[in-house]
Design a protein around this ligand. Structure first.
Ligand SMILES: NC(=O)c1ccc[n+]([C@@H]2O[C@H](COP(=O)([O-])OP(=O)(O)OC[C@H]3O[C@@H](n4cnc5c(N)ncnc54)[C@H](O)[C@@H]3O)[C@@H](O)[C@H]2O)c1
Ligand SMILES: CC(C)=CCC/C(C)=C/C=C/C(C)=C/C=C/C(C)=C/C=C/C=C(C)/C=C/C=C(C)/C=C/C=C(\C)CCC=C(C)C
Length: 615
């Protein structure tokens, strides 16, 4: 680490984000008129920000107003408070053009940004919150490190072509240590049906077919079909399906695999399951398998997505990153800056600037305008087209998207710290609980997701404790129009009910073992993740034609791209990573950093537009 002493103006709020390993390009943020020193190196957690003990890779450091001697060493500053952001010396303005601005640092945005950066583009990521990651972020309380969203990580193995998280990290020279999970999920279902999804496919198949011997052949054929699709996907080099030179090249190199995917593109898992399986209980089990990744039943879950998750969990397996899921976004953000691009936190984009029909820049909440050749929005499509674009009319494509897809509900999430002895030995890391009635699967609060990441990585909690992350679907409408007092009361009541259900079904004594409890509602998701209504992502309004109606990355606005879970192929960390790879490839082609054929482009975009009208 290089060390140099420099002076900086004192940020008025006393907080800024610093890094000890990154470039010096941000030095110009500062003038020499004032100086500061670090006051506290103790870890501190506040309601909405995390203060780190020492200049770790990304941390917030408190500076003292009283002692103004420049006596601390830092060698870059990545993000600054509003006061600094609005400082002219930040150097933002029309003269400073980026190849791309990415709005939001969810995994989708970060993968798009890093992939572009390694292709030679100069990228600026603007993140509203204090740390990167969005739904894949983390927070710390009293020695516990909680994952904000899911702890089930697909695509994190060292095998094949579909380990997109591993590949995204490797692209910027990062590798994370992972812990293999022996099972993906333990299902606790009506009629006391208990199924563990073992890492080994044969073990899972034996367990399921032991419970339903009469459907052995049907189960074999359904999951066999999933493997056929997974193997086709795994054989391709994954890039933008909106870029014809690549797409036609893949058809030429792997015609059978591409035709297999094209055949299944408009199909849903439930229809295929029904071809082979008759027993309603097995079909309900497959609904639950799909619901945990799509929040809808199998009849509404695209077959390609179902195959991806139902097979990757056995092929590469589910692997948990040491130190928590938040490490993925932190590593990508670091990798991005290492590549010479930039990320700013507390940078709230209020609108996308469109001139002569082309997206040319963004306007921040503090009034600053930043310009770039392309704008990539990692906000949901509802936020992008409903809030960030100030246009009277929704483009036709978006109107169609909003007809086909509605916002999936959000979640009520409960993060608990519990005493370790409440968990029986060999407890699995992830559980899905639907106690009595299959018809409650998609009903709000009907089923319960539970992850215990400390089963795999005990460093996430103080010794003798575990983390329980419990979540269940819930809509924002359920939490609106009440006083703060009633809201808090309702949070307690609903959380209490869910904890009682888990106590009854899985862990007797759970309530009395709790040492820390935090409850988040859809409003919390909306506030901290900046997602309209706190939504989990898009959900088909009716029965979709598989993935056919799902938009890719280009939009009706020239120079504006979308990335993340309201783009093909949908929700999921691995899915948004793929959307990031696709987006970066299309943008790079448009920037001239990848091969491009304008004539073929126009033809393919028209063809894809036509395909979507069939959905
Ligand atoms: N509880 C959960 O488990 C949960 C909830 C929601 C989503 N998810 C999953 O998370 C993933 C979503 O990833 P993603 O990449 O699409 O996005 P994301 O929602 O994780 O990240 C988007 C990022 O953009 C930022 N942002 C939004 N609007 C902004 C603005 N105007 N200005 C600046 N920054 C802004 C947000 O702060 C956030 O960090 C999916 O896998 C989804 O399935 C999980
Ligand atoms: C273009 C045309 C027309 C044609 C062409 C053909 C072709 C070539 C095609 C191709 C295609 C492709 C490549 C595709 C791809 C796809 C993919 C990659 C996909 C992916 C997906 C993924 C997913 C969906 C995932 C998901 C996941 C998730 C969501 C997860 C979640 C989790 C959770 C929530 C957790 C749970 C928990 C518990 C239980 C506790």
């Amino acid at each position: 680490m290089s060390t140099s002493i420099f002076e900086t103006p004192l940020p008025r709020s006393d907080l800024f984000l610093c890094s000890n390993s990154l470039v010096s390009q941000s030095f110009k943020l500062f003038d020499n008129s004032r100086s500061f020193r670090l006051k506290s190196l103790r870890p501190r957690c506040q309601k909405d920000r995390i203060l780190y003990p020492k200049p770790l890779n990304f941390g917030f450091c408190r500076v003292s107003r009283r002692k103004r001697k420049p006596n601390f060493v830092l060698n870059s500053v990545l993000s600054v408070d509003k006061e600094l952001e609005s400082d002219e010396s930040v150097g933002l303005g029309r003269s400073r053009e980026y190849d791309a601005i990415v709005i939001g640092s969810g995994i989708g945005g970060l993968v798009a940004a890093t992939q572009l950066a390694v292709k030679g583009a100069k990228v600026l990521v603007l993140e509203k919150y204090l740390i990167p990651g969005g739904s894949s972020g983390y927070y710390e309380r009293d020695g516990f490190t909680f994952d904000v969203g899911s702890s089930v990580m697909f695509g994190f193995s060292d095998k094949g072509n579909l380990n997109l998280i591993t590949q995204a990290l490797a692209a910027v020279g990062c590798k994370m240590e992972v812990i293999p999970d022996p099972s993906t999920v333990h299902f606790h279902l009506p009629s006391n049906l208990s199924v563990r999804v073992h890492r080994e496919y044969n073990e899972f198949f034996s367990e399921l077919t032991c419970k339903f011997p009469h459907e052995k052949e049907g189960i074999f054929k359904f999951y066999g079909e999933c493997w056929k699709i997974f193997n086709a996907l795994n054989s391709l080099e994954l890039k933008s399906l909106e870029e014809p030179i690549y797409l036609f090249g893949q058809f030429f190199k792997k015609p059978m695999e591409c035709l297999t995917l094209a055949y299944y593109l408009p199909q849903n898992a439930g229809d295929i399951a029904r071809k082979f399986i008759k027993d309603p209980e097995v079909l309900s089990f497959i609904d639950a398998e799909c619901f945990i990744v799509s929040t809808v039943n199998a009849l509404k879950t695209p077959m390609i997505n179902a195959s991806m998750v139902l097979c990757d969990r056995h092929y590469g397996g589910i692997n948990y990153p040491v130190g928590g899921v938040g490490g993925i976004a932190k590593s990508l953000a670091k990798g991005l800056v290492d590549q010479g691009s930039e990320i700013q936190y507390k940078a709230n984009v209020k609108s996308i600037i469109v001139e002569n029909g082309k997206a040319v820049g963004v306007r921040l909440a503090n009034g600053n305008e930043i310009f770039a050749k392309n704008i990539i929005s990692n906000a949901t499509r509802w936020d992008t087209f409903g809030k960030l674009l100030k246009q009277d009319e929704l483009p036709k494509e978006e109107e169609n998207f909003q007809k086909l897809y509605i916002k999936a509900p959000s979640f009520l999430s409960i993060h608990l710290g519990v005493k370790s002895d409440v968990l029986p030995p060999d407890t699995d890391c992830h559980h899905f609980v639907l106690e009595d009635d299959w018809s409650n699967l998609e009903v709000p609060y009907g089923s319960i997701f539970l992850s215990i990441p400390t089963v795999l990585d005990s460093s996430l909690a103080p010794e003798g404790n575990h983390i329980l992350h419990i979540f269940t679907t819930s809509s924002i409408e359920d939490w609106q129009g009440m006083s703060q007092k009633d809201y808090e009361k309702k949070k307690e009541l609903v959380a209490d009910e869910i904890i009682s259900r888990l106590e009854k079904k899985l862990f007797p004594g759970l309530r009395s073992s709790i040492v820390l409890k935090e409850v988040g509602t859809p409003k919390t998701h909306r506030r901290y993740l900046a997602r309209d209504s706190g939504t989990y992502g898009p959900m088909p309004q009716g029965t979709p034609k598989g993935l056919l109606g799902m938009p890719f990355n280009t939009t009706a606005i020239d120079g504006l791209y979308c990335v993340g879970d309201s783009c093909f192929p949908g929700q999921g960390v691995i899915a948004v990573a793929f959307s990031g790879v696709m987006c970066a490839h299309r943008v790079a082609a448009d920037l001239g950093l990848e091969q491009k054929s304008p004539i073929l482009d126009a033809a393919l975009l028209r063809l894809l537009g036509w395909f979507r009208t069939l959905a």
